[in-house]
Design a protein around this ligand. Structure first.
Ligand code: MG
Length: 371
């Protein structure tokens, strides 16, 4: 049973190109399935989350991260009686616009676009993928997703100002997105904060003592695990502590959002949209813990000297290839050369690079820039 404030699929604003209804899948289920079958979705498998060139086969990449976020999102959306199909589609699509090489690749691409008077934004890029770049269906370009999924792609993690982004005006930029979209920002955070502690520890970049010494909330759960399982290996106690942390963040997100829904008095999606602030949130206590974990990961993992070399390589490869195609546009694939008739060359090159996997961009670099 859906709550009144959930998005009901029958009330969807629909697709750009109308399609006959499916006999046994509703429109949000179809959108979820179209995302899973998209080429850009499969490419997530070879895109860095945190660790480039895979320290190990066990570490997350953007695809496994996405699947984990979808799992958390389904749980939270179900507990809040939100539309699980829509929330799951939004979780599965949330990282579709990420370029190769994780954050380093994104930063490099944005910097080079800024030098050409523009910028790179992964949410806007994801929208271009599903609206245009995916060519699967004879009847329409892109995936022809419902309004609510397209809206969630751009609005899940930040607000876009209508004056700066006139092309997005159809997405009700002066209103809050539905709760299903608001969720994604935090389920994404819960997913990567816990996963990065796990992978960072596994990579020997974050020793147990350092995590427990810096994060009181983790230390509490670790102590509990020690009391409950004094004789098992430390790694299993670590896993128990991580599970405790994971459950704490997720349960708090559910309980606190539920209480904010009640306090705000929202009864319908229209109420959610009109509410002056986002309603999905952690409690202030757990929000403080989330921030601590995030800061800890920035200081000790994302900016770890062990990852600096890979980040420098990523930046160098993006810059070198970008410069190469700026000077040699005829070396771009034919399809991209044609696009340069309608769009600026930097944007076309940016779109091409952003779509690449880590493996493919390295191959292109070796081919065109010599390694
Ligand atoms: Mg993510």
């Amino acid at each position: 049973m859906l709550a009144g404030y959930a998005v009901h699929v029958e009330q969807s604003r629909g697709r750009r190109f109308s399609e006959p209804p499916h006999p046994y899948r509703n429109n949000f289920q179809r959108d979820r399935d179209r995302i899973i079958h998209a080429r850009a979705f499969r490419r997530l498998e070879d895109k860095t989350q945190v660790f480039t060139r895979r320290y190990s086969d066990h570490f997350r990449n953007r695809l496994t991260h996405t699947i984990e976020v979808a799992q958390i999102t389904r749980t939270v959306a179900g507990a809040l009686k939100l539309n699980v199909d829509l929330a799951e589609a939004l979780a599965l699509v949330h990282d579709l616009g990420h370029p190769p090489f994780g954050h380093a690749g994104e930063k490099a691409l944005d910097a080079v676009m800024r030098s050409h008077g523009s910028f790179f934004d992964h949410n806007l890029h994801a929208l271009r993928i599903v609206e245009d770049f995916e060519q699967r269906y004879a009847a329409f370009p892109g995936l022809n997703l419902t309004f609510e999924v397209r809206e969630g792609i751009i609005k899940h993690s930040r607000d876009y100002c209508a004056a700066e982004h006139p092309a997005l005006s159809e997405y009700l930029l002066d209103q809050r997105p539905p709760l299903e979209a608001q969720l994604i920002d935090l389920t994404d955070e819960i997913g990567y904060n816990t996963a990065d502690l796990d992978d960072g520890h596994e990579a020997n970049l974050l020793p147990l003592e350092q995590i427990a010494g810096s994060l009181p909330v983790f230390e509490r759960f670790f102590r509990e695990a020690q009391q409950s399982y004094p004789h098992v290996a430390d790694k299993l106690k670590f896993n128990e502590a991580l599970k405790g942390l994971f459950n704490r963040l997720t349960s708090d997100l559910i309980a606190n959002t539920q209480s904010r829904i009640e306090k705000a008095g929202v009864k319908t999606v229209a109420d959610v949209r009109r509410h002056p602030e986002r309603i999905v949130a952690l409690s202030s206590e757990v929000e403080g813990e989330r921030e601590e974990i995030k800061n800890f990961l920035y200081q000790n993992l994302y900016y770890s000297p062990s990852l600096t070399g890979e980040k420098d390589d990523a930046e160098h490869i993006v810059n070198a290839l970008f410069a190469f195609w700026m000077e040699n546009p005829s070396a771009l694939p034919h399809h991209y050369q044609e696009k340069a008739d309608q769009e600026s060359l930097p944007r076309v090159i940016c779109d091409y690079i952003a779509g690449m996997t880590d493996h493919f961009i390295v191959e292109q670099y070796e081919k065109h820039c010599g390694a």
